[in-house]
Structures are given as structure tokens and as C-alpha cells.
Write a protein that binds this ligand. Structure first.
Ligand code: KG4
Ligand code: ZN
Length: 335
């Protein structure tokens, strides 16, 4: 089955062609980061308009790259939510219209399911069940994953998402938007031991997170010592955030008896998180799986992949609804 995947939930336009037997055939991405950078964050209306400009040229490009024609498509998967309503509508409208014209099914995919299954786009994918740490700009969740659509929420952030905490801290340090990658780069040249920041909820008896206090602690520290120490502050923040993410993830594995852990979403690209998670997990006999770096942040490949799993079992559906808010634990299981 050949599936076109379309991602347009936020500030990245992503398309991909995934074949259930041949794997990923082509993918392309346009990031709007430079466009939103002037505003210090994503401007929803500008995001929607840019998705309109980019989607068809990107789709033509991956068809050409893979040597496939539109008529070979068996289905189209698009991000149905969660995300920005206007941005979601662009992808949903394009996917539904194309599917209707080609008389093939289209399926709406949960953006976080895309992230969570992204490590499965691999020659050595993890087997189910596993625990998944989802760390993106908008979400921080620990899920138990028994199969496609068999998701149980173990815990989540009570306030800011991990990526949001990276971005807000980066902004405090004057690093622009989104600051996660820049902050982690700066942290590499800093001394993580010079300042000690709190590890919120690290020892709470659950799998929830809280990052807003950490951000406030950074603000207090910046006021006290100034931006001259920004590399050391970045390193201290990153060390605190990573300690919490690693500690909670391994506690969730212990609690659910999982031997496999998947780390997905934009913050999953963080080098320190990957190194510390892998080292501490291996000491406990737990294997950690990450998506390829290019599939950590938003992309069309993860939507094409998740869509291919769902289209194999899909009922015909011509609905056009998007879901700007959507709870991952309510998805239908795929048998
Ligand atoms: O998954 P994603 O592309 O978008 C959402 O679905 O939200 O995640 C974007 C988030 C941003 O907050 C970004 O700063 C963060 O992932 N991020 C990182 C790194 N790369 C991206 N955070 C820390 N370290 C990184 N290397
Ligand atoms: Zn995302």
C-alpha cells in the first residue's frame, strides 16, 4: 500500500510517501521557523497561508523524487489534530480533495501518534509493548503502548511542555525562537555544575511533570547573575530538565515492567537527553529507541507511516473534521 502523508499542524509543512512493503520512498519538509522568528513565536494566520503555498510544490517534488505518480497512491494520511485549526484545515482540505479526486481513502492521523510511532520507521523497529516518552513543543506525556491505537496515559505535564520550557528558557537567554536547539548547543560549552536548579517532581510518586517552576528558577537566576553566565545557565537548565525526563521515564518502565522505551518528539533530538537516557536505561536492561534525527521534529513521514497502519483497517469516511484538541488515549485500536 502506497500512502501520501501530509503534516501541517503547526510551523512545518511535511509530506512523505510511505510504502507498507518498501518503506519510506521520499519525504520533504519546509520549516517556517525563519518566517515566525521575527515575532518570537508562531503566528497562526501566517502559518496557514504558508502551508497553502508549500503543500502542492512539496508533494510534486516527492512524487518526482520517488518516480511515483498520483494514480499509484492507495491512500492519503493527514494530521487531523491536535494543532492550529487553520493550519490543520489546509492539510485536511488538500488531503480530502485529492483523495476524493483519486477515489481513494483518506485518514486523519493524531499528530502525537505520528511522533510516537516514528521510531518504527526503521529496519530495526521496537516490538510492542513499550513505554513512550513524548516530548514536543506542545506536549509532554508518558504512554504505555501495547499496539497501534492501544495507548494508556501514565502521566503528563501539569503545566509547560518540555519543549516549551526549552523555548521559554532560550528566550530568556536571548536565543530566539524556537530556542531548544540553540539552548542545547550553548549548554555544550557551559558548566552544568556551576548552578544547581530544581528537578521538579522528580521524586513525586507518579509519572507527571511540571516545568513552569524550573523556568521561573531560571528567570530568578538570570536576574541574579546576569546573561554573562548564559552558557552555564543553559547547561544547568538542560541538566535539570534531562534528569527529570530520564528519571520519570525509567520509573514508568519499572512500574509497567516494560523492557523497551521509545523517545519521540522534538526534544528527543536533544543530545544530552539521548546520551543520559541510553546510559541509565542500559544499566537497567532497558533498550531505548529514537526516531532518526530528521524525524524527531514535525515531518510528513511519521504521518504517512501512522496513516498506513490505520488505512489498512480504515472504514470509508469522507468527513472533513479537524481536531485542534484531541486526547491520544481515546484512539481506536488497530488489530
Ligand atoms: O515535535 P516538535 O517538532 O513540534 C511539536 O509537535 O511541538 O517539537 C518542537 C520542540 C520545540 O520546543 C523545540 O525547541 C524542541 O522541540 N527541540 C529541542 C531540540 N530540538 C528541538 N529541544 C531541546 N533540544 C533539542 N536539540
Ligand atoms: Zn510535533
Amino acid at each position: 500500500m502506497l500512502v501520501l502523508g501530509v503534516e501541517s499542524s503547526c510551523d512545518e509543512t511535511g509530506v512523505a510517501l510511505y510504502h507498507s512493503a518498501r518503506g519510506l520512498l521520499a519525504h520533504a519538509l519546509h520549516s517556517q521557523i525563519a518566517m515566525h522568528n521575527d515575532y518570537g513565536g508562531v503566528v497562526p494566520e501566517l502559518a496557514s497561508r504558508d502551508h497553502i503555498r508549500r503543500l502542492l510544490p512539496l508533494t510534486r517534488r516527492i512524487l518526482a523524487d520517488s518516480g511515483c505518480s498520483l494514480t499509484e497512491l492507495d491512500g492519503i494520511a493527514f494530521t487531523q489534530g491536535p494543532g492550529l485549526a487553520g493550519a490543520l484545515l489546509v492539510g485536511a482540505g488538500m488531503a480530502r480533495a485529492l483523495a476524493y479526486a483519486l477515489d481513494i481513502p483518506a485518514v486523519g492521523v493524531h499528530h502525537l501518534e505520528g511522533h510516537m510511532l516514528s521510531p518504527l520507521i526503521s529496519d530495526t523497529p521496537p516490538e510492542f509493548p513499550f513505554v513512550a516518552l513524548l516530548v514536543s513543543g506542545g506536549h509532554t506525556q508518558l504512554m504505555h503502548v501495547a499496539g497501534v491505537g492501544r495507548y494508556t496515559l501514565l502521566g503528563e505535564t501539569l503545566d509547560d511542555a518540555a519543549g516549551e520550557a526549552f523555548d521559554k528558557t532560550a528566550q530568556l537567554l536571548g536565543l530566539g525562537y524556537p530556542g531548544g536547539p540553540a539552548l542545547s548547543k550553548l549548554a555544550e560549552s557551559g558548566d552544568a555544575a556551576r548552578f544547581v536548579l530544581p528537578r521538579p517532581m522528580l521524586n513525586s510518586d507518579d509519572f507527571d511533570f511540571s516545568f513552569s517552576g524550573l523556568k521561573t528558577a531560571v528567570l530568578t537566576l538570570v536576574k541574579k547573575v546576569g546573561l554573562g553566565a548564559s552558557a552555564d545557565i543553559a547547561a544547568a537548565f538542560q541538566a535539570a530538565a534531562v534528569d527529570v525526563l530520564v528519571g520519570k521515564s525509567l520509573a514508568a518502565c519499572r512500574h509497567s515492567g516494560a523492557r523497551r522505551l521509545v523517545v519521540a518528539g522534538g526534544v528527543g533530538a536533544n543530545r544530552r537527553l539521548r546520551a543520559q537516557m541510553s546510559a541509565e536505561a542500559s544499566r537497567r536492561g532497558i533498550e531505548v529507541f529514537y526516531p532518526k534525527l530528521e524525524f524527531c521534529t514535525d515531518n510528513g513521514a511519521m504521518i504517512a507511516y501512522a496513516g498506513a497502519q490505520r488505512l489498512a483497517h480504515a472504514r470509508p469516511d469522507l468527513g472533513f473534521a479537524i481536531r485542534p484538541r484531541w486526547d491520544l488515549a481515546t484512539l481506536d485500536a488497530v488489530d
